[in-house]
Design a protein around this ligand. Structure first.
Ligand code: NDP
Length: 249
């Protein structure tokens, strides 16, 4: 079983590398990039819940069914659920403009992704040998990075929510916090979180998730950034897409 899962994980990472250049040229059609003629859709609010719920439930289920877990695995479960219970069940309820239609193809592909990714990461934290791991520097550094990323992501999403009154769907230039430096600090925070997760779990599954997050969010940040520049003549010129001070990104 182990060898099979590890081979599948290598293939999964290869797929992320193959898809990344495609995502650069074909921006995922949701949010501001939703085509006007999208036919089969759900509300974004429901879409986010359906897409993200497997992450929370698959890992929780695998953890509950595994006997003899140690403290580090429990901390991993808490980190994972902190992020995903929020993303699947709290974020959709709080989002503004959640009535915007989201194409079913996005919901279906993200649902498949979160099932597979949840399985790999649930497998890593329940099957990994983490005895004595709580004192390892990789665990401590990874944990700190994860929480720094989580706070950045939450703060950035909070700023975006504040740009709309209930019922509004329009866009404004976000200001404050890390928006002074980049167009998508929510994506930056997410990337830091899963990099921290990869280091803390020191697992192939964690690495694959960090890679997939980069493959999804770097092209999307560049697409958002270009969209802001096209849409707002007064968009701050010094602002970058994803990485502060880095000219191209
Ligand atoms: P966006 O930044 O595109 O949008 C987030 C929310 O804010 C949406 O409700 C959006 O509305 C609204 N919004 C965005 N910009 C503005 C603006 N300028 N003015 C007013 N409202 C705005 O993020 P995503 O929807 O792509 O992602 C949501 C979360 O999910 C993020 O935290 C992201 O990090 C995470 N995510 C993680 C991925 C991963 O691979 N780990 C992949 C994708 C997302 P609208 O929908 O109408 O555009």
């Amino acid at each position: 079983m182990n060898a099979l899962v590890i081979s599948a994980l290598w293939a999964w990472m290869a797929l992320a590398l193959v898809l990344m250049p495609i995502i650069f040229f074909k921006t995922a059609p949701y949010g501001r990039h939703t085509p006007a003629q999208a036919r089969f859709t759900l509300s974004s609010r429901l879409g986010w819940c359906v897409m993200e719920a497997p992450s929370a439930l698959v890992v929780l289920g695998m953890y509950s069914l595994t006997p003899g877990r140690d403290l580090s695995s429990l901390v991993f479960l808490a980190m994972w659920e902190l992020h995903y219970l929020n993303r699947a069940f709290v974020y959709p309820l709080r989002m503004r403009g959640g009535e915007r239609p989201m194409p079913l193809v996005i919901v279906a592909s993200a649902f498949s992704f979160t099932c597979i990714n949840g399985f790999f990461n649930g497998w890593a934290i329940t099957r990994g040998d983490y005895a004595g791991w709580a004192a390892d520097p990789r665990f401590v550094i990874g944990l700190c990075l994860f929480f720094v990323g989580f706070v950045i992501n939450q703060q950035a999403d909070h700023v975006l929510r504040g740009l709309r009154k209930p019922g509004e769907r329009g866009y404004q230039i976000p200001e404050g916090g890390l928006y002074r430096f980049v167009s998508c600090p929510n994506y930056l925070g997410e990337l830091i979180e899963w990099t921290g997760w990869a280091i803390a779990t020191w697992s192939l599954a964690g690495l694959s998730f960090a890679l997939w997050t980069l493959a999804n969010l770097l092209p999307r940040a560049l697409a958002h950034h270009a969209w802001y520049r096209r849409t707002f003549a007064a968009y701050p010129r010094e602002r970058r897409a994803l990485i502060p001070f880095l000219l191209a990104l």
